[in-house]
Design a protein around this ligand. Structure first.
Ligand code: ATR
Length: 330
């Protein structure tokens, strides 16, 4: 398995980790704890050692699941979690992004408790708080490193400028942003800053939230609890969705040439961007997880990359709706 360091943190992980969000929220009903734990254990056996969660996912349920799975095998896993967004605990409504030290302190203590561990390997600010200077937030996060509660720091969906400013306060080991054949908007901005400061990019939604796997049909309707619908995911609005699925035919054609799955090609494309790129595709199914891992072994030719590079500009619909975009590339 291809190994990569997270920034200059000294933490090495397999280039393909597991994005755990979908196990608890947003992509349909949460999995049963027993099934989730079984999947996480099987993921370790398959070679995954980088697991990504957040306080946000299931409002603690996802961290609790990881705690259940990993408390007795902590040395086998690198755990990344995140703080910042604040939700109404009753309704789940998103209220704010809070990068204050007070919120961070409350969040890390809860995360450590839920994760059943005394340290988090990689701690992210999940979204940039536009009211709190990034220097202040990262200064507070750096104290957690000094205290041994956190090993390395990251930002998510931060702009190039925010990254550079943050990195002056404490080394930023990783930027986590959406990055895929369909989402290349960071290439002209924050990805350049990632390279410049010696950080890693942790690419989330590398499969375009499932679009790039080739497993959707034009008449697909999301199940209950799946937020991939017109209101929250413009690319899944019926007309955009159908147009985007047509683009996937190009990915399928490249996959056929490699006798591979489209998802594997999507992951090979992301990892081929540079040695400092890691990715965390999400899945609730062991068969998909095992298949995805093989994507790391595929080398794309220049003409294949060119062919795939042409697709992002043709994708219909923004990554997030207007109402949710102020903290994106912020
Ligand atoms: P995110 O990072 O937001 O989780 P992603 O990794 O781009 O998004 O895509 C995740 C989606 O792709 C999930 O809906 C997952 O569904 P399953 O839980 O059913 O697997 C889907 N997915 C992941 N790997 C897949 C594969 N190999 N084939 C088909 N669908 C896959």
């Amino acid at each position: 398995m291809l190994k990569r360091e997270i920034g200059h943190s000294g933490i090495f992980v397999n280039a393909i980790g597991l994005g755990c969000m979908g196990l608890s929220e947003f992509y349909g009903p949460a999995v049963e704890t027993r099934d989730g734990v079984a999947l996480l254990h099987a993921a370790i056996d398959a070679g995954v050692n980088h697991f990504d969660t957040a306080q946000l996912y299931g409002m603690g349920a996802n961290e609790r699941l990881l705690g259940e799975a990993f408390h007795d095998r902590r040395d086998k896993v690198v755990i990344a979690t995140k703080f910042g967004p604040v939700r109404d605990r009753q309704t789940g409504a998103f209220l704010d992004v809070d990068g204050s030290e007070a919120n961070m302190r409350a969040a890390i203590e809860e995360s450590l408790q839920f994760l059943k561990t005394d340290h988090v390997d990689l701690y992210y600010l999940h979204r940039v708080d536009l009211k709190t200077p990034i220097e202040e937030t990262v200064g507070a996060m750096a104290k957690l490193v000094d205290e041994g509660k956190v090993r390395a720091l990251g930002l998510s969906e931060a702009s190039a400028d925010t990254l550079r400013r943050a990195n002056k306060v404490h080394p930023i080991a990783a930027l986590q942003s959406e990055y895929s054949i369909f989402s290349r908007d960071i290439e002209d901005g924050s990805l350049k800053a990632v390279d410049e400061i010696g950080a890693s990019l942790v690419a989330y939604s590398p499969l375009g939230r499932g679009l790039l796997t080739g497993s959707y049909t034009p008449d697909h309707t999301p199940q209950k609890g799946d937020f991939r619908s017109a209101a929250t995911q413009p690319r899944f609005e019926t007309e955009a969705f159908r147009a985007n699925l047509e683009l996937v035919d190009e990915v399928k054609a490249v996959a056929a040439a490699h006798n591979a799955k489209p998802a594997q090609i999507a992951l090979a494309w992301v990892l081929g961007r540079g040695d400092n790129v890691l990715t965390i595709p999400g899945t609730t199914k062991l068969a998909n997880l095992e298949s995805n891992l093989a994507g790391a072994d595929i080398g794309l030719t220049t003409s294949e990359r060119d062919r795939l590079n042409a697709l992002a500009d043709r994708v219909k619909g923004a990554r997030y709706p207007e109402s949710r975009s102020s903290n994106i590339n912020a």
